[in-house]
Design a protein around this ligand. Sequence first.
Ligand SMILES: Nc1ncnc2c1ncn2[C@@H]1O[C@H](COP(=O)(O)OP(=O)(O)O)[C@@H](O)[C@H]1O
Ligand SMILES: [Mg+2]
Length: 244
Amino acid sequence: MILSVNGLHKAHGARQVLRGIDATVARGETIALVGPSGGGKSTFLRCLNGLNSYDAGDVEVAGLKLAPHTPPDDPALLPLRARVGMVFQGFHLFPHLTVLDNLCLAPLHVRREAPAEVRARAQGLLDRVGLGDRGGARPAQLSGGQQQRVAIARALCMQPEVLLLDEPTSALDPEMRGEVLAVLRDLSGACTMLVVTHEMAFARGVASRIWVFDEGKLVEDGPPAQVCENPRSERARAFFKDRS
Ligand SMILES: Nc1ncnc2c1ncn2[C@@H]1O[C@H](COP(=O)(O)OP(=O)(O)O)[C@@H](O)[C@H]1O
Ligand SMILES: [Mg+2]
């Protein structure tokens, strides 16, 4: 298993945000995380790469065991961050760098890889997300959909074993969502992905499993058809009813 989580608990102040999550993911799977706002999806993803500490539970990601109460800036997390990439709703590209330099920065300066190798890999990834001719542009010269494709390519340029994506299309106009979802569809299977999304057609068509988070619990975990058409929990039934 590339991810295994047992009894994960996390509170923000007095509020229990994750209340005992158990889950496993095999290499190459694409998991779609869905569910009502506030259910704990973002917090869960952030625990997996140490952006949030957690209070209790066993968490193992890409062969690394995490420890509870680890602050996000603890150097012990650096090996984890190298293996787990993250893409956010708001892209977070470096505005003063070209697209190609955005991809190359971490491999060159964090991993100290050979420049020629990194540039070749970065160019290959830009080609793969359909932006092979935009390497010299600045992020502000690109559309939102293009910027998010760059952010995905940048995460992949670190050759992560797991890619976490938190609502990667939510900040985009509807006409740009499709181009980002097409890139994720193309990548599915090649990289293990956990994607928080409201795009149910994407979740159904691309994910190997859908997870429904509700009030800090993983209330459904199964293949898309089963979870969408025959959810076991009342809460998940209500969630899907609003979306059909
Ligand atoms: N930094 C924080 N401080 C306090 N409460 C937080 C923080 N981040 C998230 N929460 C709370 O944790 C709960 C789960 O949030 P979140 O993980 O963002 O859910 P989702 O991504 O499913 O919408 C919500 O009640 C939210 O208000
Ligand atoms: Mg969220």
